[in-house]
Ligand binder design. Structure first.
Ligand code: ZN
Ligand code: ZN
Length: 329
């Protein structure tokens, strides 16, 4: 990062995507707009959405990165020097969705590092003040990087209240699947994770979460709720065979490519399909502060931003779980 004596920033290091991903050491200073603050990013996580962006998801060009923690360096006094995380939807506050308390679905929204706005794989990121959440000391930077995806995992139990007697399955044991499974476990329901990755299935077993390898699965159509987190049409197929008639199938993954899906079982079994995206930050922050959810052991590596391209390759490699980028290193 280039800092002038006057304390203003001239150019920043940023990971930039436009058909290909590259490191830009002289990326323009992201000057904050009205109602926005400037955050010096400390750590950021790479997730499946970022990988999808490099495959053309949302037709995004710019700086990706939406799971991050940093310190406010420019903005209203009450936020200055505060350690924060930020919600990713930047909203207008006046459209019909915003007016009805559904700001995450704002008609005119931009989304940090995903849609129409630069993200956090850079020294600095500008975000609306209204998106900020201050972190308690009990949450480390490493934990804080997971607030955004963990909030998305909490959205599942917000949309579908879980009772202890319920039979629940998570399909996909990737980064998001592991978070969703840990959140579901806190409800005391009968839970099983279906996956193909021995490393992440072992992670679940160590947490006392029952697992089954997809190749050994015999779907009986008896689950009240199935959460599809695999990001693959095959995962959707498995989920559709696991869910009971009149049960609920939650779709948690987004992908760049559309794929043919067999929807007949959904119709025949009168399954409720539910899309699920961003979730409540306060729940996620509290759960991390109380150490209800273990995210630290999901971190495989922390790389400097200068190794960002390599870090993306590692994030796509099933031998690793979560890859973090460290700014200013
Ligand atoms: Zn993400
Ligand atoms: Zn709006």
């Amino acid at each position: 990062m280039v800092v002038l004596l006057t304390g203003t920033f001239l150019a920043v290091n940023a990971l930039y995507f436009n058909e290909e991903l590259r490191l830009d050491r002289r990326y323009a200073d992201p000057s904050p707009g009205p109602g926005e603050v400037l955050i010096a990013v400390k750590l950021a996580g790479i997730c499946a959405t970022d990988l999808e962006i490099t495959r053309g998801y949302m037709g995004f060009a710019g700086v990706p990165g939406h799971e991050f923690v940093g310190t406010v360096v420019k903005g209203p006094r009450r936020w200055r020097a505060k350690r924060v995380v930020a919600e990713i939807s930047c909203v207008c506050g006046s459209c019909d969705m915003c007016q009805h308390g559904l700001a995450n679905h704002c008609r005119r929204r931009t989304v940090i590092g995903i849609d129409g706005r630069d993200g956090a794989f850079a020294d600095l990121v500008a975000v609306p003040e209204r998106n900020l959440h201050e972190l308690p000391d009990a949450v480390s930077d490493e934990q804080a990087v997971f607030v955004e995806p963990l909030a998305a995992a909490y959205q599942v139990i917000k949309q579908c209240p879980i009772e202890k007697r319920m039979q629940v399955a998570v399909v996909g044991s990737g980064r998001l699947g592991l978070l969703v499974a840990q959140v579901l476990r806190t409800t005391g329901c009968k839970l099983e994770v279906v996956g193909r990755n021995e490393l992440t299935l072992n992670f679940c077993e160590k947490k006392g979460i029952q697992t089954v390898h997809a190749s050994e699965l015999v779907p009986r159509g008896n689950r009240d709720l199935v959460v599809a987190c695999s990001g693959s049409p095959e995962g959707f197929d498995i989920a559709a065979r696991l869910v009971r008639p009149r049960g609920t199938l939650v779709l948690k993954s987004t992908y760049a490519r559309s794929a043919p899906l067999n929807l007949a079982p959904i119709v025949i079994n009168e399954v409720t399909l539910l899309g699920s995206r961003c979730g409540p930050f306060p729940e996620a922050i509290n759960a991390l502060a109380r150490r209800q959810i273990d995210v630290e052991s999901m971190i495989s590596r922390q790389l400097p931003l200068s190794k960002g391209v390599e870090a993306f390759e590692m994030a796509a490699d099933p031998r690793y779980i979560k890859i973090l980028l460290k700014m200013g290193a």
